[in-house]
Ligand binder design. Sequence first.
Ligand code: G4P
Length: 552
Amino acid sequence: VDSSVPDSADAGLAETGSETRTVSSELIAKEVARRRTFGIISHPDAGKTTLTEKLLLFSGAIQLAGTVKGRKSGRHATSDWMEIEKQRGISVASSVMQFEYRDHVVNLLDTPGHQDFSEDTYRVLTAVDSALMVIDAAKGVEEQTIKLLNVCRMRNTPIVTFMNKLDRETRDPLELLDEVESVLKIECAPVTWPIGMGKNFRGVYHLLRDEIMLFAPGSEKADQTFEIVKGIDNPKLVEMFPLEIEQLKMEVELVHGASHPFDLDAFLAGTRTPVFFGSAINNFGVREILNALLDWAQPPRERDATVRAVQPTETPFSGFVFKIQANMDPAHRDRIAFLRVCSGRFERGMKVKHLRLNREIKVSSVVTFMASSREQVEEAYAGDIIGLPNHGNMQIGDSFSEGELLQFTGIPYFAPEFFRSVRLRNPLKIKQLQKGLQQLGEEGAIQVFKPINSSDMVLGGVGVLQFEVVASRLMNEYGVDAVFEGTSISTARWISCDDKKKLAEFEKSSAGHNLAHDAAGNLAYLATSGVNLRLTQERWPDIVFHETREHA
Ligand code: G4P
């Protein structure tokens, strides 16, 4: 770190003059090739936390399972983020874990599966290269999984599927595949197939390797291995479990005939998912999915910027902010901006351009996210996530680059599903309220709408927990005691129209009463019901109603 440049109090970022660095492109190519960045998508209780622990266990990142935050039982010693997070015992905002396995650097981005989850959950998925979908095999496809998979589909993210909890009575495996295909509209390519379930769970048959991995209740050890029996026709199997093996042979024949074979290209295109069966809590089948992610999922891919696509192996550094999290100390309004590195090599102390503010900054204080602690990062490559502390000068969608100016695209805002109007207990605090909402809106904690026809403000979120977070932050960071109240709004769509005259006509019509501007000044239609939205869409075929909008 250049000591002649003082660290500014603002995040250890300091403006500096420019200077050139030399970075070996071979080194970058090598580092990029060994990186995998993925997130887990699942409905609450499917086993994401359990699975995360087991994945970290393999890497030696943690010694014992049970140390990952977010459990209902209240283990969140490592979670020092927000007060509300501690109160609720759930992980409000997603975090990042980095670990090494088989000479790969794995970045696992946590996506909260709680039903009150927020827009963070969605945006985290814009920063991953692949996703692991965990399904409770007793329950099948659930609501949150559907939503999250839809977000993955926007970028054709490759998906590996894990059918969990085979040590319990589950639904019929064929029926489960059928449900994934029909509900989630993704083809299933079973890679392992379960032998029995519940008390009679014997293990899984690996369809590609023609071998059986025998189930044994797992332990909390990383080096645990399961006995392997080669060949489905191995006479040993008939001795071991004569009934189940007959059933397995029948099913495998069926599966070979009726389901899709594994296909790497279809997987990478996000149209076909390899499916594994197992039991996270028993550590059974977990190594197989980690290997699948390392072997089949791609290293960081190119990313679109407004001017051109950026290759991860380019030597100049670039990246974008996909998430902002309030830091542990609300009195100082510290934030951490989560930046996904898109190209080049990040080095602590380097100078980068903050595009939106058109400012060169020296990045001297950065955090990385090792499994259970935050550490200073010295270097990072495409696929890695680094945390930039700041005092509110960074926003979701902000791009940072070295040299050429690159604005990354594809960081979306999602149409809110829940709405509240804001009332102040102390009307004198209106200025603070406006400032707070403006900043929280910019940060992406909540969406703020100003209806054209009224002076009220309407807040929108994709989960109701967002309102609690905002209320608590308004109080702690802005000294505003606000009450949120229900509204008659049930859904929102951003509006666009190529025909200016038609748009003006629309604004003047009775439907125009439902229009509002969001924090970035975009026009949105706030519908009172699904029917209202549909009727309006039918009446105004020239107006486009968008479910998402990109960061401005
Ligand atoms: P989540 O993060 O997706 O919400 O799920 P989590 O891992 O917390 O798991 C939800 C529940 O399912 C937990 O039980 C967990 O122990 C259980 N579970 C996870 N994997 C398996 C599995 O392979 N087999 C079985 N039988 N259960 C599994 P809980 O009773 O709700 O919590 P806890 O008291 O065990 O922590």
